[in-house]
Design a protein. Structure first.
Length: 564
């Protein structure tokens, strides 16, 4: 692991903020590192307000979208709410369809089949709309590149409204309205909304046209927070506000579907990390293993007993998903080793029997193992489909774009993308992708980085300090959990491996034999010898709470340890 200590912020800015907020030097430093330099900025950071949300009509085409939906409602048209099969898409469909059903009963939903239709707007979906007399399709978390599909719908007198957040191509579809803050001609102030977030801006605009307050929409924010967490978008600006209030809804009055998932745990308070590891995988598992419709059904159910039944079913999908991704990861790692490809700068693997629903997860697992841009391919109909994952700092979307002569279709983000190609082009693509990565990547990007906010002593770690740090939440990209470093540490003599195969590390660390703090290092069991030999070490860690036998204490959540 490569440890990088962030530069110390400008001390004059730290001093000014310290005075304005009446906080200590370390808290002020952490805030300035996050771009928070004034009392007003700190107020928005620590006390998000729904008033901080931008005017939805600042988004290009928002007025046209609202006018077309209101026309459809007034004329009694059938409206099809269409969305991708992942968490972002299914939460967006649940959000918009639930809202529109408060205005009209002529609302239906459509999630494409991951295997029969693939990602995005499909011909089958448009045919379904035509066969069932839908004259308006609202596409969520997809559609920005669906030029031919939107034209096909137009031939059938079906209008399209697109709500997307992916990068547009050179040309846009001829839709009635295209809501996408990443459009070059869109002046919307915040560019990092997820698909469900764009859907929320649409219902915010629709509500305003009826003079409804923003407070009336807070019940939908559990869905938005779930999508933000799952889609790994920055939790800054408007996303921070949406997540902050969404987590309040999740902890106080979540919709029955999310409540049913959470009731499967023994926890009584949930963080965004719980959403990432408990809620999101289960919602995703529906589209991965069966069909995304199951997720929408769960998220729109208003009866808790029914929701509980659906949640059990989805949990079973998630169990199947875990088994499939574990086996596929084993096979993919074996393929890399058999082909002696450990020295490449990219990972590209393929097996036509791999389950399409888990290749994205497997790509993430392989990235964790070899830490390089990774694509995992499987067979999808008469083509090959892949999920791509990247390493910090490297734009895998642009790398795929540079190989576009071999690609049929692609889309996504800087760190995660998807593509399809003809089987005949696989080897050529694999070779070109390796060349592009070799040419573009900085070799330092191939070593995992731990970004450390500051070096501190154990005397800094107090309950008060932890309480203030907790108010930095919700954490995520753009506002990561603070990571600290302390040097000259020793174990008190009780370090041990814990968990299955003793793969985790548990210890009590001290700097001077007096101040002692418990520490847990997940997946660091292999470093036990560094402590058991009595070495002085340095540790990179975040600060966490440990609950044991009714007692709560602070502990270090180790990211890495090294000999001092």
């Amino acid at each position: 692991m490569r440890w990088t200590l962030k530069p110390k912020p400008d001390q004059s800015k730290v001093d000014a903020l310290k005075s304005a907020l009446q906080v200590d030097d370390m808290v002020a430093s952490l805030l300035v590192q996050r771009g928070i330099e004034t009392y007003e900025q700190a107020k928005h950071f620590f006390r998000p307000s729904l008033d901080d949300l931008h005017d939805p009509f600042l988004m290009k085409d928002m007025a046209e979208a609202v006018d077309r939906i209101e026309l459809a409602i007034s004329k009694g048209e059938n409206i099809l709410v269409y969305g991708d099969y992942d968490v972002d898409g299914t939460t967006a469909v649940a959000l918009l369809s639930s809202f529109l059903k408060t205005r009209t009963d002529r609302i239906s939903t459509y999630i494409p089949d991951r295997y029969l239709e693939g990602y995005g707007v499909s011909t089958q979906g448009i045919d379904y709309a035509d066969d069932n007399d839908f004259s308006l399709i609202i596409a969520l978390d997809c559609g920005i590149k669906a030029i031919d599909k939107v034209a096909y719908a137009k031939e059938k007198n079906i209008d399209f409204i697109i709500c997307d957040h992916h990068r547009p191509g050179a040309k846009l579809p001829e839709a009635v309205a295209i809501l996408d803050p990443k459009r070059e001609d869109c002046q919307y102030p915040y560019k990092e909304l997820c698909g469900c977030g764009v859907g929320f801006k649409l219902i915010q605009a629709l509500a305003r046209s009826e003079n409804d307050s923003i407070e009336a929409l807070t019940a939908y924010l559990d869905l938005v927070a779930t999508a933000i967490a799952a889609d790994i978008v920055p939790i800054t600006g408007e996303n921070r506000v949406l997540t902050y209030f969404g987590m309040q809804v999740i902890n106080s009055a979540p919709r029955q579907g999310i409540k049913a998932i959470l009731q499967q745990t023994k926890k009584d308070h949930f963080t965004i990390t719980d959403v990432v590891f408990i809620v999101a995988p289960r919602i995703n598992a529906a589209g991965r293993m069966k069909h995304g419709n199951h997720a929408v059904t769960l998220l729109t159910e208003t009866d808790l007993n029914l929701a509980a039944q659906y949640a059990i079913e989805i949990d079973q999908f998630n169990t199947s998903r875990r088994e499939a991704d574990k086996q596929t990861t084993i096979e993919a790692l074996a393929q890399i080793e058999e082909n002696k490809e450990q020295d490449r700068l990219s990972t590209v693997v393929y097996n036509d029997s791999w389950h399409k629903g888990v290749i994205g997860i497997v790509a993430s697992r392989l990235t964790e193992t070899y830490y390089r841009p990774t694509l995992v391919f499987t067979k999808s109909g008469d083509k090959l489909a892949a999920s791509a994952r990247s390493v910090k700092g490297f734009d895998v979307y642009r790398a795929i774009e540079a190989c576009s002569e071999y690609v049929e279709q692609f889309g996504g983000h800087k760190y995660a993308a998807g593509l399809t190609l003809k089987a005949d082009n696989y080897e050529n693509f694999k070779s070109k992708f390796e060349n592009v990565v070799t040419e573009l990547i900085d070799k330092s990007m191939l070593i995992p980085e731990i970004s450390i906010d500051s070096e501190i002593g154990f005397d800094t770690i107090t309950p008060k300090f932890y309480r203030i740090l907790s108010q930095f939440a919700p954490f995520g990209p753009g506002n990561m959990t603070p990571v600290f470093m302390t040097a000259h540490l020793k174990d008190t003599g009780y370090a041990k491996g814990v968990g299955e195969d003793q793969k985790h590390l548990k210890a009590t660390l001290t700097t001077n034999g007096i101040q002692k703090i418990g520490a847990i290092g997940f997946n660091l069991g292999h470093k036990l010898h560094l402590l058991s030999e009595g070495n002085r070490i340095k540790a990179a860690y975040s600060i966490d709470e440990n609950y044991w036998n009714g007692t709560t204490s602070l502990q270090l959540k180790l990211r890495d340890i090294k000999i001092n």
